[in-house]
Design a protein around this ligand. Structure first.
Ligand code: SAM
Length: 927
């Protein structure tokens, strides 16, 4: 990698920061720390959502202002003023939605250097930043975690990294991408090489700290010749606690690690011994599923064993803590160049006892908060306090080193040491598992303390981490990335319309409890996450989907406010629950964004496909949405939500969509150009602007045809269709939309697509239709009869009168013997009889009216139903009912029906969720 930025470990010499000159870096920090200290006294400032928990002093110690503050960063305004460009509506900006693999680069050493519960690799984010921005632009990530978006923004200026990713950089600094589409032209322009800036926000001070360090990184800082030892080696005597004399007492070596085992009792004879002795056969390292008691010979499994508890004196000496009894069972050391594993000798045990007897200083005396993850370690291992996650011996090393790094945190070397220690903390805790003869790391996403633990030599761990940091091909500068800590729901420190692009990876829901997990580090950092604002599902904290939804909605409202009009937001989401995905989509649209593409990673092909429905299968999903430029909003207000504003919306929206998309040389169907999806987007836009939708589905479909051009089931603007036609002429096959039949609506869509291509009889349709009604069918949705779907939505030719042109053209193109026959030819009539077909627009409108009437009638029966809950229902009935109630401003009707249907049915349906949430909002607003 090219060295982009100079390390400042020496910190001498004049520097410039946000336009101000300072004699040296210490003066810079002192100046901004004073300003921050003033700000911390401001009560209003401390009221910002998600303001972390910590004293002024601790916040100031952890911060490195103006680049990073362990609280909302009051200097971001200056950052934007100094480096940003004001929004200019006349600036030509025209980008299409973009989706690339979000997991690319997971083996990268930069990604792996400092672990976190989940990360998007910087190389994956770089593709997005390169696509949407130019050098110097400002990128924002409000759920930044370890700040990979900042690293990505900076490395867009690093030629080596950009080239490693398969791009080429020409002499003028243009980034070129392979162009397989045009014969003879191997590369096409994609972007411009050059670093971008970033504003990175996270609720967690620990995340903010990691982000600040990743974005101010120089490998030289970790070089073995750098002055870190002064900070880290504060307790040289402690090294001797990690020595051994070997199994025979004749060696003098450093311990690599010690295996500790929980003690259990045999339910048969009450014999107490370690799990290690119970379940690992002598001479082997394998943990057996079944084993016999060494005392009475009873056949046992781990779950049969009884726990053995012990009491330890608390570090403040004020009381006792009850915890599971553990004992050292194996020492591992390199003796005479060979790995030796042996049972602890009296020397080893004596060393542990002497470490236990030493006083503990500067260890945080912090009790784990009540929570979902913390509850497990409390009941499972009896661990109440943070220090119980470490052996007393490792605390002898980590506490003084941490303290001295904290004391030196106003200097670069202090911050560097703290980063190193925080990267090593889990590795030297009891969370490290032992399995099959070696350490297996900690169980990610939990605070789990295993029955067989590995106590690593902390000096080795830190040395190794330091060497790996020293080898990292990473060079970043704090001046490029402003890091701030607080809730995304309130980023008032970022000015309106100031950000050029947003990439974000929101919390997943319930699998990761960030604030509980981060407490492990934050107890040491002395500044903690405001747990109430952690955007997760957590039954212990009574946080359900409504909490998640409202936090997302408020966060996206802030994202909308700070993004420049006409610019894009990319939301990456590792989906495990379709309902959360819908919550995110709805929240985006309620904030004012317009969704322009939803893609899912096809793990087998490694490529992204546009999707219209999400499943509950774990998928990486990417939403691309834009903030429409001011013109659309103003025109909408003027036209008062009339029919003209429908076409204005569609015209503006189509402009944001790609005209042609190729995949492996073939034309890809652009789902967002499908009239049905455009209709949904239009509805969301109207609902968000509190305006009734002035057109029915059929009127909309008909109007679309009048205002725009349709090709292969997709809608285009006239100038866009030229580009599409050109490409279409070169390929034999029209692109196909892949439809999944999951409910009545998608069943109708599927039938429409099929009957458009091939008018068919009931007998022909029936087996194909049955095959579509597979496992994905929505849980509470009644299964419709094919016959009633056909009756309600299509027309059957009964053999009287002329053969309808839809059937005529199908038969004459596909059957040689029917070619050229007139519409009343008896042979043709016989072949056409009983076939179902898609009605022409006028007839379709009549059918729609009839169907809507029937749906609303059924909705009335739902309203009248006396039981508290509707178990099975038709989503189409709910949609029609909600739509009508919305138009009549009868929000109560929506809310009362919503309360009768299972929550997940609403949450899994984007349209219902939108109407319901807006009905709640309107009711709260007293409308
Ligand atoms: C999926 S992780 C992001 C990881 C990040 N993309 C990375 O590369 O490291 C989600 C983050 O959201 C943060 N978070 C949770 N609730 C939040 C809130 N209300 N405001 C801001 N951040 C929040 C969590 O602390 C967590 O770091």
């Amino acid at each position: 990698m090219t060295k982009l930025f100079q390390s400042a470990i020496t910190e001498s010499g004049p520097i410039e920061c946000l336009g101000q000159a300072f004699p040296n870096d210490a003066a810079r920090r002192e100046h901004f720390s004073k300003l921050l200290a003033e700000k911390l006294k401001d009560l209003e400032f401390r009221k910002i959502d998600g303001f972390p928990i910590g004293s002024d002093e601790d916040i100031l110690t952890l911060s490195d202002p103006p680049y990073f503050t362990a609280c909302p960063n009051p200097f971001i305004e200056n950052f934007v003023e100094h480096y940003g460009t004001p929004y200019d509506p006349s600036f030509p900006y025209n980008k299409e939605p973009f989706a690339a693999d979000v997991s690319e680069g997971k083996n990268d050493p930069i990604y792996n250097a400092h672990s976190y519960h989940t990360k998007v690799p910087h190389k994956a984010i770089m593709r997005y930043i390169l696509h949407y921005t130019k050098p110097g632009d400002i990128v924002f990530d409000g759920f930044c975690g370890t700040g990979m978006a900042g690293v990505a923004a900076q490395l867009c200026g690093d030629r080596t990294t950009v080239e490693e990713m398969g791009y080429r950089v020409d002499d003028s600094g243009n980034v070129l991408t392979p162009n397989p589409d045009v014969a003879g032209s191997a590369w096409k322009e994609f972007s411009v090489l050059g670093a971008r800036r970033c504003i990175a926000n996270d609720l967690s001070p620990f995340a903010g700290f990691i982000a600040s360090r990743y974005n101010d990184f120089s490998s030289e800082d970790y070089d073995m010749s750098s002055p870190l030892d002064e900070i880290l080696d504060v307790s040289p005597n402690v090294r001797s606690l990690y020595t051994t004399h070997g199994p025979k007492g004749n060696a003098d070596a450093a311990i690599e690690y010690v295996v500790w085992s929980e003690v259990f009792s045999c339910p048969g004879c009450q014999h107490e011994t370690s799990l290690y002795e119970f379940a690992i056969a002598p001479g082997s390292s394998e943990l057996r599923e079944t084993f016999t008691c060494p005392s009475c010979g009873k056949e046992l499994e781990k779950s049969d064993l009884g726990s053995v508890w012990t009491s330890v004196i608390d570090i403040d000496g004020r009381g006792f803590l009850k915890e599971r009894k553990t004992i050292p069972v194996e020492i591992v050391a390199t003796i005479s160049n060979k790995i030796a594993r042996f049972a602890p000798t009296e020397f080893d045990l004596q060393l542990i006892r002497s470490a236990d007897a030493l006083p503990l200083v500067d260890v945080p005396n912090a009790a784990f908060p009540h929570g979902r993850q913390t509850r497990k370690i409390k009941s499972g291992s009896g661990i109440e306090k943070i220090h119980q996650m470490f052996t007393r011996r490792s605390l002898q090393m980590i506490s003084p080193a941490w303290k001295s790094a904290q004391e030196a945190a106003s200097t670069r070397k202090g911050r560097v040491a703290l980063f190193l220690l925080s990267g090593a903390l889990t590795l030297i805790s009891k969370r490290e598992r032992y399995r099959d003869g070696s350490g297996k790391g900690s169980q990610s996403g939990t605070l789990y303390v295993p029955s067989l633990q590995v106590e690593k030599n902390p000096f080795d761990v830190i040395d190794r981490k330091r060497r790996s940091f020293a080898r990292l091909p990473l060079s970043t500068s704090s001046a490029m990335c402003s890091v701030t800590v607080g809730s995304h729901t309130d980023v008032r420190i970022v000015p309106d319309n100031s950000v050029d692009y947003i990439f974000t990876d929101p919390p997943f829901g319930e699998s990761l409890q960030y604030s509980e997990l981060n407490f492990f580090h934050e107890a040491w950092l002395s500044v903690r996450t405001k747990m109430e604002s952690d955007c997760v599902l957590n039954y212990v904290h009574s946080k359900g989907i409504p909490f998640y939804q409202s936090t997302m909605k408020r966060s996206f409202a802030e994202a909308y406010r700070i993004l420049k009009p006409g610019r894009w937001i990319t939301v990456e989401f590792s989906n495990t629950q379709a309902s959360l995905w819908n919550v995110i989509q709805v929240a985006l649209q309620e904030a004012g964004f317009v969704v322009a593409n939803v893609s899912a990673l096809d793990k087998k092909q490694g490529s992204f496909n546009s999707v219209t429905t999400t499943t509950s299968v774990k998928q990486d999903l990417v939403i691309s949405a834009y903030k429409p430029n001011g013109g659309l909003e103003e025109r909408f207000a003027k036209m008062m939500g009339s029919e003209d504003s429908v076409w204005d919306f569609v015209r503006t929206h189509l402009r944001y969509l790609p005209s042609v998309r190729l995949k492996a040389g073939r034309l890809d169907f652009i789902a967002e150009r499908d009239p049905r999806i455009i209709f949904d987007r239009m509805i969301a836009w109207f609902v968000r602007h509190n305006a009734p939708v002035p057109l029915s589905t059929q009127e909309f479909q008909q109007g679309l045809r009048g205002h725009f051009v349709e090709r292969d089931g997709m809608v285009f603007l006239t100038d866009q269709v030229l580009e599409y036609d050109k490409k279409r002429a070169q390929v034999a096959q029209a692109p196909q939309m892949e439809l999944f039949v999951l409910d009545e609506r998608s069943a109708i869509d599927w039938l429409t697509d099929l009957l458009k291509k091939r008018p068919s009889t009931y007998q022909e349709l029936s087996p194909e239709f049955m095959a579509q009604l597979g496992a994905g069918w929505k849980k509470h949705e009644s299964r419709p009869e094919l016959s009633s779907l056909l009756e309600d939505n299509f027309i059957q030719y009964d053999g009287t009168g002329e053969v309808p042109s839809q059937i005529h053209s199908y038969l004459s193109t596909n059957h040689k013997d029917l070619r050229g026959l007139s519409k009343d030819n008896p042979f043709l009539v016989a072949k056409a009889t009983d076939r179902w077909y898609v009605p022409d627009p006028n007839k379709a409108q009549d059918l729609e009216k009839k169907r809507e009437k029937a749906l609303l009638k059924e909705f009335e029966t739902y309203q009248a139903a006396t039981g508290r809950r509707l178990k099975e229902f038709r989503l189409e009935v709910l949609r029609a009912g909600f739509k009508a109630a919305w138009a009549a401003k009868d929000y109560k009707a929506i809310i009362s029906i919503a309360q009768k249907v299972p929550e997940e049915a609403l949450q899994e349906d984007e349209k219902l969720l939108l109407w319901y949430d807006q009905a709640l909002t309107r009711t709260e607003a007293g409308d």
